[in-house]
Structures are given as structure tokens and as C-alpha cells.
Design a protein around this ligand. Structure first.
Ligand code: ADP
Length: 499
């Protein structure tokens, strides 16, 4: 005998607002089909009678065959017998749970008194149907049988009416069907009802716990989705604000640059005496105008560069570059200030003059200038700035051939918690209005963007009060799809023969 262990019908998650606590549970929800199937199996084996359990929608949860197989099979072999058997089965499995349409109420004396229905088959066998109720809800039914009623002395005339049925054989086979009294059936069903009640209580508890957990998770997920959508909207707004800021800064810087260039130009002409000799005091004033004008011009250029980077307008124009020459040229632009502060500038280049690399000359020069300018700016007088250029060779970080440029200083150093943030635009470790060092906090953001545009990496080590070392690792030839600014490959015909 085997129970019908169909896989459980999984209920769809509750639509929002209707909790599992507000809904009538079904047998399928509350009973684990495999455990329940085993239990009904063993009950069927114990009583040697068929037991079928269905939920309120007619879905079968367990179906154990009894000792009536041969007898029923014999009758069902004849079409008329089969049709009449099917009608009886339909009555017990689908018919109303009321004493109508051929069903009778079993008087009953025990706890099931008045709830059991008996349906007699034309073959003389009998079914008993027990409704399954839980918390006042009708969840399904248990159909017990068919069995041979104890009081039946011979097969009924209704069976003999089936044309072509061998009654003698039928009697022999009926003798193999379990014979039971009404009391016995009622006792069995009390047992079945108790077992089911125990399983339902446990099943309901674990189902409710599981579903409530699921509901809580779904609720949390819905909340998260809501927050996520809100964050996305905010993000969108921030991006738009950022775009407007970049475009505003770009326009303003552009408009400032032209008059500023004239101011610097005219002040240079004045200091060169092109419109007449100046006395010492006038000369000092004019030089200050030129110097401050240049500082302002650098600042405006940085803002313009950053706004172009942020708006995605920067395109790197790659060509074959001599890095040694590029580093030397960058050094000349910070030399005057380093000398003024009394800093020692040390340069270490590769012994062998190495082959050139592919880079955007101007952008890479600016990377080195920005790092050097910071090193000079943040190193107190008497300190040291070292610049090292490596030979071209395998670079672990890049997984290929490349080179390193390091700028190390003995300056103020950078606290550990600031080391990532200093690469954000406008971020400065000291952003107080009384800060000692000039600048707009854009130099490193530009460095990072340009280096990554070359397919390289920037990193740093630092110790507060002792100095910092910025390390740029660049590939010998940038990959075709680098991050950051767009890529324009170098013209093929300019490839040097020194490679
Ligand atoms: P700026 O130099 O214009 O302030 P940067 O983006 O170049 O902007 O640098 C951001 C910040 O990082 C600086 O304000 C400074 O606090 C810190 N920083 C950068 N380079 C150094 C350095 N070599 N030594 C100490 N601090 C540095």
C-alpha cells in the first residue's frame, strides 16, 4: 500500500495587506504531505481499509487502498459496474457533507456523534465520510472504506442487477474485504481524527511561523525597495546638481581666464619696462600682481579641467612620450618655489635611457606637476622632495609592462582616515578658513582621473609629521578601454624605433 505523496501545493505569497493570520488555512498549508502520507499509510495498514484524505478543494493529500481491491476490480471490469462505482465514489469524494443524495447520518455515540455520513454502494460495501474541521473552518474530508458492513449477510440485489456479473465469484471476493461494525468504524475514525488533530496543530504552528517570517522578510524587502527607489531619485537629483555645478564652474572659469590672461600679460609688460622704467616699489607691486595672477590662473585652469573631466568632455590624445624628459620638464615648473622654500629636490631616473611610452603628454605632465606642487607645498622649509622614475618592466598592479613615478616628501603627512578622501574633488585635509596652504582641493582628483584614464593606478603611503609618498603606476601602453577620459590611440606611424 502506498499513500499518494503528491508534492505540496505551495501557496503564493500573500498580497500586501492580507496576512496569513487573516486567512483560512488549507490542509495543504498545514500538513507536510510526506509525513502525513506516512501516517495515513500506517493507519491503512493497521486497519486494512482504504483511507482517503482530501482538502476542501478536492485535492487529495493521501490515498491508501484497502482490502477491497479484488472485489471492486472484479465489478469495475464490467462497464455498467464501473459506471455505478464511479457515481458512488463521486458522491463520497465530491458530494455534500450532509445526509442527502444517498448519504445517511451515522448516529454515533462518541466524540464524532452526528458528524459522520455513511454512503452505501450498490455492491453492498459502504463508505464513511468524516468532515475535517479546524478552528470552525471546514478544511476537507476523510473517506474511510469501502468496507463490508458487519450486518450484511449476502450481497444485495442491486449488485445482481449488473448484467453479466458472476455473483458466485463476487461472493468469494467479497469474503476478502474487511468486515467491520459501525462501532469499529467510528472508533477508527476517532483515532484518525486524533492523529490529524495532533498533526494539524503542529503543522499550523510551523506553517504560521514560517509564513509570518516570510511576511516579515517581504515587508523588509518592500521597505528596502522603497528606500532604494528614494535613494535612486535622490542620486539622480544629486547627479543633476553635480552636472549643473560642473557646467557653471566650467563657464565661470572660462570667462575668468581671458581677462586674467590680459592682467598677467600687462603686468609682465610693465615689469619688463616696456612702458617705462618702474621704481623698486612699483616693480615689487607689479611682480606680486603677476605672481598672484598666475596662482589664480592655475586655480581657474584646475577648475576648468575638473569640470571637463566630470562632464566627460576630456579626451586623452595618446602619443609616444619620453617620460624622463617629461619628468624633468615638470620639475622645472616647481623648481622656483622649492628653491624659495629651501627644499632639496632629488631626482632618480633609470640608468639606461629607456624606450618611450604611450601617454597623453600634457595630461601626464600635469599629473607629475600636481604631485610635485603638493610635495613642495606641504613640506616645510629645509625639507626634501624625492622624485623617482622606474624602468619599464612588469608591474604587479597592472598585470603587464609598465613604469612607476614616485614623489616622496618629508612634509606634514596625511592622516590615515583622509587618504582616500583627498582624491575627491574639492576635498582638503584642512578646510578651515584659516588654513595655511592655498589650493582648491582639485589637484589629486585630476591626478586620479588622468592616471586611471591611462589605465594606471595611484596609491600613497604617509606618516603624519614625517612625510608622504605618492606612487603612480602606468602601463607602457594604455589598454584600449581605460576608465576615465576617452581614449584616442596614438597614430601608428609615429611609433619610435627605440622600442
Ligand atoms: P590642494 O593641494 O589644492 O588642496 P589636492 O587635491 O592636490 O588639492 O590635495 C588635496 C589635499 O590632500 C590637500 O589639501 C592636502 O590636505 C592633502 N595633500 C595632498 N598632497 C599632500 C602631500 N604631499 N602632503 C600632505 N598632504 C597632502
Amino acid at each position: 500500500m502506498s499513500a499518494d505523496k503528491t508534492s505540496p501545493v505551495v501557496s503564493a505569497p500573500e498580497p500586501r495587506g492580507e496576512s496569513v493570520l487573516q486567512r483560512t488555512l488549507s490542509l495543504v498549508d498545514m500538513l507536510d504531505p510526506s509525513t502525513f502520507g506516512d501516517v495515513v499509510d500506517s493507519l491503512g495498514e493497521l486497519y486494512r481499509v482504504g483511507i482517503r484524505v482530501q482538502d476542501a478543494r478536492g485535492r487529495t493529500l493521501a490515498d491508501v487502498k484497502g482490502s477491497n481491491g479484488d472485489f471492486c476490480g472484479f465489478i469495475n471490469a464490467i462497464p455498467e459496474g464501473r459506471a455505478r462505482s464511479a457515481a458512488v465514489l463521486a458522491r463520497v469524494t465530491e458530494g455534500p457533507l450532509t445526509p442527502t443524495q444517498g448519504a445517511q447520518a451515522l448516529p454515533g455515540v462518541g466524540p464524532l456523534g452526528g458528524v459522520l455520513l455513511s454512503v452505501s454502494c450498490f455492491s453492498g460495501l459502504r463508505y464513511v465520510v468524516m468532515p475535517v474541521e479546524w478552528d470552525g473552518d471546514l478544511l476537507g474530508r476523510v473517506v474511510l472504506g469501502p468496507y463490508l458492513p458487519e450486518e450484511l449477510s449476502d450481497l444485495p440485489p442491486s449488485l445482481a442487477e449488473v448484467e453479466g456479473l458472476d455473483m458466485t465469484r463476487a461472493r468469494v471476493l467479497a469474503g476478502r474485504v474487511r468486515r467491520m461494525s459501525e462501532q469499529k468504524v467510528e472508533k477508527m475514525l476517532v483515532h484518525v481524527a486524533q492523529v490529524m488533530a495532533a498533526l494539524l496543530a503542529a503543522g499550523q504552528k510551523s506553517y504560521l511561523t514560517g509564513q509570518l517570517h516570510l511576511e516579515t522578510m517581504l515587508e523588509t524587502q518592500r521597505d528596502l525597495e522603497k528606500q532604494n527607489a528614494q535613494l535612486m531619485r535622490l542620486n539622480q537629483r544629486l547627479k543633476e546638481a553635480d552636472r549643473l555645478k560642473s557646467s557653471f564652474l566650467g563657464t565661470v572659469s572660462h570667462e575668468l581666464r581671458t581677462p586674467l590672461s590680459s592682467i598677467i600679460g600687462y603686468s609682465e609688460m610693465l615689469s619688463e619696462g616696456l612702458v617705462g622704467a618702474l621704481n623698486a616699489e612699483q616693480m615689487q607691486f607689479v611682480r606680486t600682481i603677476t605672481e598672484k595672477g598666475n596662482t589664480l590662473l592655475k586655480l581657474i585652469s584646475s577648475i576648468l579641467d575638473m569640470s571637463q573631466i566630470e562632464s566627460g568632455k576630456v579626451r586623452l590624445a595618446f602619443e609616444w612620450v619620453d617620460v624622463q624628459e617629461l619628468v624633468e620638464s615638470a620639475l622645472t615648473s616647481v623648481m622656483p618655489q622649492a628653491q624659495r622654500k629651501g627644499l632639496t629636490l632629488n631626482v632618480r631616473m633609470p640608468q639606461v635611457v629607456q624606450g618611450r611610452v604611450v601617454a597623453d603628454r600634457e595630461k601626464l605632465r600635469q599629473v607629475v606637476v600636481n604631485l610635485l606642487a603638493n610635495a613642495v607645498k606641504f613640506t616645510p622649509g629645509g625639507g626634501r622632495v624625492d622624485v623617482r622614475l622606474s624602468e619599464v618592466g612588469p608591474q604587479l598592479e597592472l598585470g603587464g609592462e609598465g613604469y612607476r613615478i614616485e614623489v616622496e616628501d618629508t612634509g606634514v603627512g596625511i592622516p590615515e582616515d583622509q587618504r582616500e578622501r583627498i582624491f575627491q574633488s574639492f576635498y582638503q585635509v584642512d578646510d578651515s578658513p584659516t588654513r595655511e596652504y592655498g589650493g582648491a582641493g582639485l589637484g589629486l582628483a585630476i591626478v586620479k582621473s588622468y592616471v586611471e584614464g591611462h589605465g594606471g593606478r595611484v596609491s600613497l603611503t604617509s606618516e603624519v609629521g614625517r612625510g608622504s609618498c605618492f606612487r603612480v603606476v602606468l602601463p607602457q601602453e594604455p589598454p584600449l578601454s581605460g576608465q576615465g577620459p576617452a581614449y584616442i590611440p596614438p597614430p601608428v606611424d609615429t611609433e619610435p624605433d627605440r622600442f
